[in-house]
Design a binder for this molecule. Structure first.
Ligand code: PLP
Length: 363
C-alpha cells in the first residue's frame, strides 16, 4: 500500500506505482519530469485530488445519475441525542442517496460504471443482496437498460420484494439467513444464464468508490467544520465502506480510532454481519476495536435518536448508535468529535419496528 500524504517526490518504478494508486484515488493531473530521474513535486490539490467531489449547490440535475454523484456530499450532522459532556457525535447520513436511500447507491453505481468501462455489454445482472445494493442495481438497470435479478435471504423484511419489484427487478427469495450464503446459487445461475454476477462482496469497485468519494468527502466536510475526529464508528456487511474509511483516514489524517460494529452472536441486524462470516477488505486494514450489538439494542438506540433528534435511522444505524453509547458509557471515549456512519434510514424496517413497538404506541 502506498501512503498518500500532502505531496509526493518519487521516481522510477515507485513513481509508476504511485501514479497508478493516485489515479485510482481520482487525481485528474499527474506531474511529470522530462529530465528523468529529476523528481517533480506537486500537492494533491494541484493534481485535482478533490475534483471528483463536485456538488450542485442549487441541486438542479440533468439526469438521475447526476442526482447521485452531484448530490454528494451526503450530510454530516451533530446529534443532540448522543451528545454527552465533551463528547460530540456527528452522523453521516447515507440515506441522502436517491435510489436505495442508502450507502449502497455508491456501490451499485460504481460497480456498473466500471463494468461498462471494462466493455461489459450484457443485458442481465445477478446479485445477492439484503435489499440496498439490490435497489441501487435495480435503479442502474432502469437507467442503463439492462435487467437485474436479485437474491435476498429469507430473514429480510417482506417489503423489500415490493420495493425491488416496483423498481423493475426480478426477486428470488432464498432460504438462507445471510446474504453471503446465497453466493454459490447466484454464481451458478449467472453462469447458466450468461448473466454478470457483479458481486459486491469481492468486487473492488465497492472498496474504491468509498475511498474515492465517501472517505474523501468526509475528510473535506470535517476540514470545513474545523473538526479533527478522534474516532469513526460504522457497521460492517461487505466491509466496503468502513475498510475504505479506515484506509483513508489512517493514511491521510492519522490519529483517528476506528470502531466497527457487528451483530452479537445469533442476532439478525439487516445489512451487517459478524466478521468471521467472511469479508474481504476489512482484513487489509484491521479496525482498532470491534463492538457487538444485539438487535434490541440497535432498535432502542435508533428510537432514542428518532425521539430526540427527529430523524429515523435504520437498524444498522441504530447498531452504530448503540455501539457509540456503549463505548461512551464504559468511559472508553476521550473528549472530542466522533463520526457515526448511518447507512440507511428506518423506512424499510416498518415490520421490525412494528414488532418491537408491539403496535401499542398510539393513543
Ligand atoms: N447497513 C446497511 C443497511 C447495509 O445495507 C449495509 C450493506 O449492505 C451495511 C450496513 C454494511 O455496509 P458495507 O457492505 O459497506 O460493509
Amino acid at each position: 500500500m502506498i501512503p498518500v500524504h500532502g505531496s509526493v517526490r518519487v521516481v522510477g518504478e515507485e513513481a509508476r506505482r504511485l501514479v497508478w494508486a493516485l489515479r485510482l484515488l481520482g487525481v485528474r493531473r499527474v506531474p511529470v519530469s522530462q529530465e528523468n530521474p529529476v523528481p517533480v513535486e506537486a500537492s494533491l490539490e494541484d493534481m485535482g485530488f478533490y475534483e471528483d467531489i463536485d456538488p450542485s449547490p442549487m441541486r438542479v440535475f440533468r439526469d438521475t445519475l447526476e442526482l447521485l454523484y452531484r448530490g454528494w456530499p451526503t450530510p454530516l450532522v451533530m446529534l443532540r441525542s448522543l451528545f454527552s459532556g465533551g463528547v460530540r457525535a456527528w452522523a453521516k447520513l447515507e440515506w441522502y442517496n436517491p435510489y436505495s436511500m442508502s450507502v449502497k447507491d455508491r456501490v451499485g453505481w460504481y460497480m456498473v460504471r466500471r463494468a461498462l468501462e471494462n466493455g461489459w455489454q450484457g443485458s442481465l445482472v445477478y446479485e445477492a443482496t439484503s435489499t440496498n445494493t439490490g435497489m441501487a442495481l435495480a435503479a442502474m438497470a432502469a437507467i442503463y437498460g439492462f435487467r437485474a435479478r436479485l437474491y435476498i435471504p429469507r430473514v429480510i423484511q417482506r417489503a423489500s420484494d415490493t420495493l425491488l419489484r416496483a423498481l423493475g427487478a426480478e426477486v428470488v427469495r432464498a432460504g438462507k439467513q445471510l446474504t453471503v450464503e446465497l453466493l454459490e446459487d447466484v454464481k451458478r445461475d449467472a453462469a447458466r444464464d450468461g448473466a454478470l454476477h457483479i458481486d459486491q462482496f469481492s468486487n473492488d469497485a465497492n472498496f474504491l468508490v468509498h475511498l474515492r468519494y465517501m472517505a474523501k468527502e468526509l475528510e473535506l466536510q470535517l476540514r470545513h467544520a474545523g473538526i479533527k475526529p478522534r474516532g469513526i464508528i460504522g457497521g460492517i456487511g461487505t466491509s466496503g465502506h468502513m475498510a475504505a474509511i479506515t484506509f483513508y483516514f489512517r493514511n491521510r489524517v492519522g490519529g483517528v480510532k476506528i470502531y466497527t460494529v457487528q451483530p452479537a452472536r445469533g442476532e439478525v441486524i439487516p445489512g451487517i454481519r459478524r466478521i468471521e462470516t467472511g469479508m474481504k477488505w476489512i482484513h487489509w486494514v484491521k479496525p482498532d476495536r470491534v463492538v457487538e450489538v444485539t438487535r434490541r439494542e440497535a432498535i432502542e438506540a435508533l428510537l432514542t435518536v428518532a425521539r430526540r433528534d427527529g430523524i429515523l435511522p435504520g437498524m444498522s444505524s441504530g447498531a452504530v448508535a448503540a455501539a457509540f453509547t456503549r463505548l461512551l458509557d464504559s468511559g472508553e471515549l476521550e473528549d472530542g468529535d466522533y463520526v457515526l456512519v448511518f447507512p440507511d434510514n428506518g423506512f424499510k424496517y416498518v415490520e421490525q419496528l412494528n414488532e418491537h413497538l408491539g403496535g401499542h404506541d398510539t393513543v
